[in-house]
Design a protein around this ligand. Structure first.
Ligand code: DHB
Ligand code: FE
Length: 280
């Protein structure tokens, strides 16, 4: 049977993608950001999964106000890096895993979570920047990726509790797949940031770090935090963090092993947070 062995959590700042693509890695502003992922790139090589289930949000790229799925699972063979206004990022095509994705859709929908099935979708910085941070600049991504898009852009957004319980349903789905696959689940987006309005530029280090503590040690408690707390404390785009609860909910009920933890400000308008948790 398939199993989930680890989860990865990371911010997805678009300027990080631009810094990589334009060869600015060694610049003093970016160097400390990328240094936080040196361990992670080696860890990815040492712990290469068979499939990554990548929870992220689309930023009005594949979807728009015309269509707003709360949860969308990518079941296609492949997904193109999106053109977000400056041409597509020069990164590999994302290969999917239609068979496992369809199995997860079947299981999770029968478990009462209404997913939108997507058979054609371009993937934006929400998905490609985490892959770049964890894998560097390879010719091909190391394994197939199942994109799982969550609406955190247009209200109403799903609650932390719903995300956490959905993660548990995804775990059950993966564990009932009839192939011995090693699956990693990633939760991406965040940490504190606000891109517009009078509070633009908001960063809340204390809240971010308390979130990381709680995500590790008390995800049940964190799942009960209402979305308005995220918005007030972590900014309007800080709500992206609820997606991390999907990946956390998919981990085993035993306390996880923390393999890596990183937090850095500044990176564009965002606090960068990053965790690698292994199942024990
Ligand atoms: C920034 C962060 C985001 O999450 C995003 O989607 C767009 C911009 C930023 O920090 O600039
Ligand atoms: Fe974002």
């Amino acid at each position: 049977m398939a199993h989930i062995s680890a989860s990865v959590f990371t911010s997805h700042v678009p300027a990080i993608g631009a810094a990589l693509d334009l060869g600015k890695l060694a610049e003093p502003y970016w160097q400390p950001v990328f240094a936080g992922y040196d361990f992670s790139k080696q860890w990815m090589k040492d712990n290469k999964p068979d499939v990554i289930f990548l929870v992220y949000n689309d930023h009005a790229t594949a979807f728009s106000l015309e269509m707003i799925p709360t949860f969308a699972i990518g079941c296609a063979d492949e997904f193109r890096p999106a053109d977000e206004g400056w041409g597509p990022r020069p990164v590999p095509m994302v290969k999917g895993h239609p068979d496992l994705a369809s199995h997860i859709a079947q299981s999770v929908i029968q478990d009462d979570f209404d997913l939108t099935i997507v058979n054609k979708m371009d993937v934006d910085h929400g998905l490609t920047v985490p892959l770049s941070l964890m894998c560097g600049q390879p010719q091909e991504w190391p394994c197939p990726v199942i994109p799982f898009a969550v609406n955190v852009v247009q209200y109403p957004v799903p609650s932390g509790r719903r995300c956490y319980n959905l993660g548990k349903a995804i775990r059950k789905a993966v564990e009932s797949y009839d192939q011995p696959l090693n699956v990693h689940i990633w939760g991406t987006g965040g940490m504190s940031h606000q891109l517009q309005g009078p509070r633009a530029g908001l960063i809340n280090r204390e809240w971010d770090n308390a979130f990381l503590d709680r995500l590790i040690a008390d995800p049940e408690g964190q799942a009960g935090v209402p979305h308005i707390d995220y918005v007030r404390e972590a900014g309007s785009e800080g709500i992206e963090l609820v997606m991390w609860l999907i990946a956390r909910g998919a981990m085993s009920d035993n306390p996880p092993k923390v393999r890596h933890r990183f937090y850095h400000v500044p990176a564009s308008n965002t606090a960068v947070g990053h965790l690698i948790l292994e199942n024990t």
